[in-house]
Design a protein around this ligand. Structure first.
Ligand code: H2U
Ligand code: ZN
Length: 348
């Protein structure tokens, strides 16, 4: 198989194919150029709705918090189940709808307006991991919650509404599309092979090494063989576990360590805060067993060539299938080559 020619690769987690066109990586770009985020943010911003002691847009005051801070999203996409609510059909098999209940929260990483994950100390990153875990336990225990989705929109390019480092948690009644597809594929693989898909995959990638960006005893961050976004990352637990609450103290430290090492490389790549959407895929909290589910995170960053040129998912990608030019192997190599010291901290 000649990987220099157009070919397609299978995403084992979703069953979707991606088209890879390596010969196309050098085409010229005369399209949209992104804005570069400000080089320096203040420790505290009096106009920020996430900074401690400030007023949020709905008038609620934030407490003078000193570690992580969690609050119910003032503009939640999901609401608590309706008391005595009845499911009524649409009267047509062609118009299908179901009620959806849930809880949405915002999780601030720290009181510091300027301290993103790659710039935080290891103990502070661990505190963020513990907060995500507590939220998973607390929200997952509610009878109307069957899935806890933790995610982070980082950077204006990915729709983050505020540079103050934060993530979100949406606890929801139905398992969302992405984890549902992955759970089905992981379950099928376990039934067919008698082993876990991501246990086998991460072992194979660690043996080959060419798509691995950073690893420690507990986790591996790699550009998956089927990556769609230019510098997409799959962050996988080296040993089998289903969800954040299953992690040992060692794995929690390992996760904090790799989150930081990965995001330092991301920021160093174009010497800019690297925009992405990321999130964890965990086992559903519906009380059923999911032995095939393997704890992991996805990072989907849009930047392609520089701090200002991003990839667009349009045209053939909307109508046909995703396509990429840069190979996952080249992307992994470029990330691996980055300094372990954040560009903003060089010379300190
Ligand atoms: P994003 O930056 O990822 O959009 O997350 C910010 C969230 O914060 C967003 O979902 C909420 C928005 O609804 N928010 C509040 O809950 N209160 C506010 O005062 C502003 C924003
Ligand atoms: Zn702030």
């Amino acid at each position: 198989m000649n990987f220099d020619r157009p070919h397609r690769r299978l995403n084992l987690l979703t069953g979707q194919w991606v088209l890879v066109s390596p010969h196309r990586a050098r085409r010229p770009w005369l399209g949209q150029v992104e804005k570069i985020p400000p080089a320096k943010l203040p420790h505290y911003d009096p106009t920020c709705y996430l900074c401690p002691g400030n007023q949020r847009s709905v008038g609620v005051m934030n407490p003078p918090y000193t570690e992580t801070f969690v609050f119910d999203n003032d503009f939640a996409a999901l609401l608590l189940p309706e008391e005595g609510g009845e499911a009524t059909g649409m009267g047509s098999p062609l118009l299908v709808a179901e009620e959806e209940a849930g809880i949405c929260r915002v999780i601030c990483f720290s009181p510091r307006h300027d301290l993103s994950l790659p710039l935080m100390g290891p103990a502070d990153v661990e505190a963020v991991v513990r907060t995500w875990t507590e939220q998973t336990v607390e929200l997952g225990a509610k009878d109307f919650v069957n899935y806890v989705q933790i995610f982070e929109n980082n950077g204006a390019m990915m729709g983050a509404s505020n540079p103050h480092p934060h993530s979100q948690v949406w606890a929801i009644g139905h398992i969302p599309n992405e984890p549902a597809a992955e759970l089905a594929r992981q379950g099928e693989y376990l039934r067919e092979h008698g082993s876990c898909l991501l246990c086998d995959y991460v072992a194979e990638e660690r043996k080959l090494g060419e798509r691995v960006v950073v690893e420690n005893e507990h986790f591996t961050a790699l550009v998956p063989f089927w990556a769609v976004w230019p510098f997409e990352i799959l962050l996988v637990a080296n040993q089998h576990c289903g969800s954040l609450p299953d992690l040992t103290a060692g794995q929690v430290s390992g996760l904090a360590d790799i989150l930081q090492k990965l995001t330092v490389r991301y920021d160093n790549l174009f010497e800019t805060p690297f925009s992405y959407s990321m999130g964890f895929h965990q086992a559903p909290t519906d009380g059923k067993a999911y032995p095939g589910q393997h704890f992991h995170a996805h990072y989907y960053p849009p930047l392609l060539r520089s701090a200002t040129v991003r990839k667009f998912m349009v045209g053939f990608e909307m109508l046909g299938m995703p396509q990429r030019d840069l190979t996952p192997e080249t992307a992994a190599q470029r990330l691996r080559e980055q300094s372990v010291v954040h560009y903003k901290l060089r010379g300190e």
